[in-house]
Design a protein around this ligand. Structure first.
Ligand code: SAM
Length: 504
């Protein structure tokens, strides 16, 4: 650390220009406490004043501040630089900078939150981080931005594909991707699309696209396979992100329903080219601000209830974990990804439902009858702590005949969710260093059974399941989300929380 960076006894940290949620202010305070521990801080009109010696380089890592004024100099944080070059406008928090916007993914983390967590936990360049439900890899990419080594695991091959594609895009010079894109576009249309009706993949896709559109989409895939090297995953991900828009599925419905709206007029190839250039412009801007190596990070196709055998011992124990796990009885995650899963050849159409059923928090029951699951719940066969076992039992007892098919399943699904999360806490614990923190962002839920409302305080239940598996519960930070840009009809407050536990 040079003396030049280690300056001044009073500095001003300025907010970004967007509107903050209350929890973001809270996380901002904690970042400052963790990264600048020697300094005393005090709120000002535009941010926070810190008194005491601070290391400006360290302060530049802050997520929720735009700049640090120290003496006569103003230093922009890395976050501000990234958001500025890829921003959604001056007053909007940008969440698509770098490779974050490569592909939509339901339940995606907000990258700022990840960075704030890493700061709060005082992780350093070289620290080892694990995300057991890594999804599309937001945490892995943020770790890569900060020079950390991250391992993510996900049971969904599409999540793993996208997470690794983001890491690869971020470390591949944009010029390389651009020149491969050019070759792909030249080649496109020249490759022959061979389809045979007995091919389950073609048959499945043929049911969801009109013939001409599907040929266009397949031309892109074949051209990418033939001409792209380093950019293969990036370009396939860009095309995959357009699939639903061009399919016969209603692209905005979270479930699978036939579309009533007309197909886009722009040919698929033109939309692909446009999307690729837009993504590469953003990536180029981010690479100009900041280069880093994402070589050390990767996403692995693994069930996080059973991590140990594959992750243990690879590169030593982890310094921290962070994740946004599935919610209890969440909407089916992969419905919106079925076309991509099959188009990318990641699974056969016949495997979709069994993948769905294996997801933690799934509403699908397969391989086991509902009666067997009720028996498991009644006898607490999975050995849940008493409070969670009793809670599920009280839900089961509250059911009445008037509750429909979906509601009848809520108690057993919740029981299965708790049992799975217990397994995850148990599997992860030995992989972390003693005292290492684990942050989980999860929301609550409610249900009405037998006419009675039950509020399912998932953050609290998870904290208790963790305690039962050799973790200490440090705290739960509420993450109320009030209206920010007017998207929500009311100023609804959700029961999301950040549960922080430590390896005991
Ligand atoms: C809320 S999403 C995570 C999103 C992620 N934070 C992101 O930014 O994209 C939860 C993830 O848990 C994964 N998942 C569900 N069950 C799993 C299991 N048994 N093992 C590993 N991952 C699982 C799902 O596939 C999904 O990607």
């Amino acid at each position: 650390m040079s003396l030049k960076n280690n300056v001044n006894l009073s500095s001003e940290l300025s907010w970004h220009t967007y509107k903050y949620y209350p929890y973001e202010i809270e996380l901002a305070k904690r970042e400052v406490q963790a990264l600048l521990p020697a300094a005393k801080s005090q709120k000002t009109k535009n941010g926070v004043r810190v008194e005491g010696r601070i290391d400006v380089r360290t302060a530049e890592r802050l997520s929720y501040f735009a700049s640090i004024k120290s003496g006569d100099r103003v230093h922009d944080t890395l976050q501000a630089k990234l958001e500025r070059v890829n921003g959604g406008g001056r007053n909007r928090q940008s969440t698509r900078y770098s490779a974050h916007g490569l592909h939509e993914y339901k339940g995606k983390f907000n990258p700022q939150v990840v960075r704030a967590i890493l700061n709060m936990f005082n992780m350093q360049s070289g620290s080892r981080v694990i995300d057991p439900f890594c999804g599309s890899g937001t945490s892995l990419l943020e770790c890569a931005h900060l020079g950390m080594q991250a391992v993510g695991t996900d049971i969904n091959p599409f999540a793993v594909f996208i997470a690794n594609a983001k890491l690869k895009a971020a470390r591949t010079p944009v010029q390389v991707i651009r020149s491969e894109l050019k070759l792909v576009l030249q080649r496109c249309g020249k490759a022959r699309v061979i389809s045979s009706l007995d091919d389950a993949r073609s048959e499945y896709l043929g049911g969801w696209f009109d013939g001409q559109t599907l040929r266009g989409i397949e031309h892109i895939r074949l051209a990418v396979e033939e001409c792209a090297g380093e950019s293969r995953e990036t370009l396939l991900a860009i095309a995959s992100n357009l699939l639903r828009d061009y399919s016969l599925q209603d692209p905005i419905d979270l479930r699978i329903r036939r579309r009533k709206t007309p197909l886009p007029e722009k040919p698929f190839r033109a939309a692909f080219e446009e999307a690729a250039h837009a993504f590469l412009d953003r990536l180029e801007n981010a690479q100009a601000v900041h280069t880093y190596s994402a070589d050390e990070s990767e996403a692995l196709l693994l069930d996080s209830r059973d991590l140990r055998k594959d992750v243990d011992g690879v590169g030593g124990k982890f310094d921290c974990a962070l994740t946004s796990p599935p919610y209890a009885t969440a909407l089916p995650y992969i419905d919106t990804q079925r076309l991509s899963l099959v188009w990318l050849g990641l699974i056969a159409p016949s495997e979709i439902l069994s993948l769905e059923a294996r997801l933690v928090g799934s509403r699908e029951v397969r391989g086991e009858s509902k009666r067997e699951l009720v028996e498991r719940l009644m006898s607490n066969a999975d050995g849940l702590p008493q409070r969670q076992a009793r809670y599920c039992l009280s839900l089961q007892k509250a059911l009445s005949d008037a509750d429909g098919f979906r509601r009848q399943a809520v108690p057993i699904l919740l029981y299965r969710y708790f049992a799975s999360m217990l397994q995850v806490f148990q599997a992860l614990r030995p992989l972390l260093k003693k005292g290492a923190p684990f942050a989980l962002i999860v929301g609550g839920n409610h249900t009405t059974l037998g006419g009675k409302r039950f509020d399912i305080d998932t953050p609290q239940h998870l904290a208790e399941l963790a305690q039962f598996s050799d973790w200490d519960h440090s705290e739960t930070i509420p993450m109320q989300t009030y209206q920010r840009y007017g998207y929500h009809a009311s100023n609804a407050v959700s029961t999301e929380g950040m549960v922080i536990v430590r390896a005991a």
